[in-house]
Design a protein. Structure first.
Lengths: 256, 264
């Protein structure tokens, strides 16, 4: 886990990685299953009878908690910045266009957050969780003013909230934000995100770009920082029964 | 009859759609004329096949037509001791549709698509009525009028809740569906419909442990933490991977073609 000095860094403006106090909720089944790590978050259960119009109810568990903003910076004020630029292009002064955009309460209302939970309630081992070794959880050290105690961000629980009902508690450093992004990639997009780093280690260069040409989807082109390109070509062959892919999926081609 | 007014019979309209005493015609004839040289058209879209219908009163009318016709008279014609006098300039159908549609939109958060759904048409048809490119049938105009009446009624009884009430569902249908189906009685009895909306049960649970957020909540209650609010951050355009001005163009209809490999 990072030390609090490195992890926390105050920034006035809203950013990805901010820790906020807010309401969080999730949809639940009728048996109101509530895992122990979400016990304090599941403080209220709402059941809307016959919400399905077919005799089935809709269940919601909601509560107040600490959460980390996972929305990317660019998404946070995207509409606001877009409106400011439109107004400026229309000949309006900068301060005036910013004021007008700020007065529009419909812009960028939502944030996506993940709650902070007690790692003692989770599986995977306390040490592993606090070391950031468990996919889906980002360790958070104790805040210097005790506003946050040792815990993990539970990235498996994400909910969309309104920014007008959020209290900012603290913000984090660029290094901590990088850890968050990596954890998000690992959870949602690429479980083996380190594979790319391993390829870089093997070839001794940094990968700058990877592409699959639209006209040749069997080819993968990896562009390195020295300008060389590695082409990976799928071996032609009859697909197997289960995956439709031939065995020996990739073979390395010539460097060009 | 007022000495100031002279009625002129019109020919019974032989349109198959004309079934009641009140009918809407794309081109209405003059119904009443002043004795002076000024000719006043009243109820532009209306025609009264029989003069008795005109002076017989609303009690002869039935169903939605009576309510609508009555309101029309209240709007455009008033009675005096000497008889009927002209009270206002009637609106053509397209203006009436626009007025009703805009009133409904102003009083609710219904989209134009939802308003059109209540009338039983699509959004483009309603736009065509407003532009004058097409004329609604009596039935469709009655439904729009009915929707406006229900909206006014809800607004007067439970201000600010009209959208919620109109879209509340019972047995899989909302009030707009009932209006579209011409269920006038059901639409007017919107309170009963609302009563059948799903009930909500709330159960509170107290955590036995001190919650993680307690310190932060205490700091907030002491006024040490502030709401995030609306404060936005100016970011240079280069921050965005996507050219924002072009992004909207990308969102416009991109032709979706199905190929042998799937959609592209």
């Amino acid at each position: 886990m990072m030390s609090p000095d490195v992890f926390y860094e105050w920034h006035e403006e809203p950013r990805q990685g901010d820790i906020v106090l807010c309401g969080v909720s999730r949809l639940i089944a009728e048996d109101r299953h509530s895992p122990s790590q979400w016990e304090s978050l599941d403080a209220h259960f709402l059941q809307v009878d016959d919400a399905w119009d077919a005799g089935r109810a809709l269940g919601i568990a909601a509560g107040i908690g600490l959460a980390m903003v996972v929305t990317h910076d660019c998404q946070l004020d995207k509409e606001w910045n877009q409106r400011v630029r439109e107004l400026e292009k229309g000949g309006m002064e900068k301060y005036e266009s910013e004021g007008k955009a700020s007065a529009d309460s419909t812009l960028d209302r939502t944030l996506v957050v993940s709650p902070l939970v007690d790692p003692a309630e989770l599986r995977g081992g306390l040490g592993n969780l606090l070391a950031g070794k468990v996919i889906g959880y980002l360790p958070v050290p104790t805040h210097p003013e005790q506003l946050v105690t040792d815990c993990v961000v539970d990235l498996t629980y994400q909910c969309t909230i309104d920014r007008l009902d959020v209290v900012k508690v603290t913000s984090v450093s660029e290094l901590a934000r990088k850890q968050l992004r990596y954890a998000l990639i690992q959870l949602d997009a690429l479980r083996t995100a380190d594979l790319g780093f391993e390829v870089e280690t093997v070839v001794g260069r940094t990968i700058q770009k990877v592409e699959v040409p639209a006209r040749d989807p069997l080819m993968v082109r990896i562009q390195l920082d020295d300008g060389n390109v590695i082409q990976l070509l799928q071996q032609p062959g009859s697909p197997d029964q289960e995956t439709g892919r031939a065995s020996g999926y990739f073979s390395s081609g010539d460097q060009s | 009859m007022s000495p100031q007014l002279q009625t002129r019979r019109t020919h019974r309209h032989d349109d198959a759609d004309v079934t009641g005493p009140w009918s809407i015609l794309p081109i209405a004839d003059t119904l009443l004329e002043r004795r002076s040289s000024t000719t006043t058209r009243i109820g532009m879209p209306f025609i009264v096949p029989e003069l008795d219908d005109l002076f017989g009163g609303a009690e002869r009318m039935t169903g939605a037509a009576s309510g609508w016709g009555l309101q029309f008279w209240q709007t455009h014609v008033s009675s005096t001791e000497s008889g009927i006098t002209y009270a206002g300039t009637p609106r053509p159908v397209r203006e009436e549709v626009q007025r009703l549609r805009d009133e409904i939109a102003r009083r609710t958060r219904l989209t134009r698509q939802q308003i059109a759904r209540a009338v039983g048409v699509d959004r483009r048809s309603m736009s065509a009525w407003v532009k004058g490119d097409a004329t609604p049938s009596v039935e469709k105009l009655e439904r729009l009028q009915l929707l406006a009446e229900v909206v006014r009624d809800i607004d007067a009884t439970e201000p600010g809740r009209s959208t919620e009430v109109l879209l509340s569902r019972a047995a899989g249908r909302d009030l707009l569906d009932y209006i579209a189906a011409g269920r006038i009685t059901h639409a007017h009895a919107w309170q009963a419909h609302q009563g059948s909306t799903p009930s909500v049960t709330v159960v509170h649970r107290r955590s036995t442990k001190r919650p993680l957020h307690q310190n932060a909540l205490d700091a907030y209650l002491k006024g040490e933490l502030q709401p995030l609010g609306r404060t936005a951050t100016v970011r240079p355009e280069s921050d965005y991977e996507q050219d924002l001005s072009k992004a909207e163009n990308l969102l416009a209809d991109e032709p979706v073609r199905r190929t042998r490999r799937g959609y592209r």
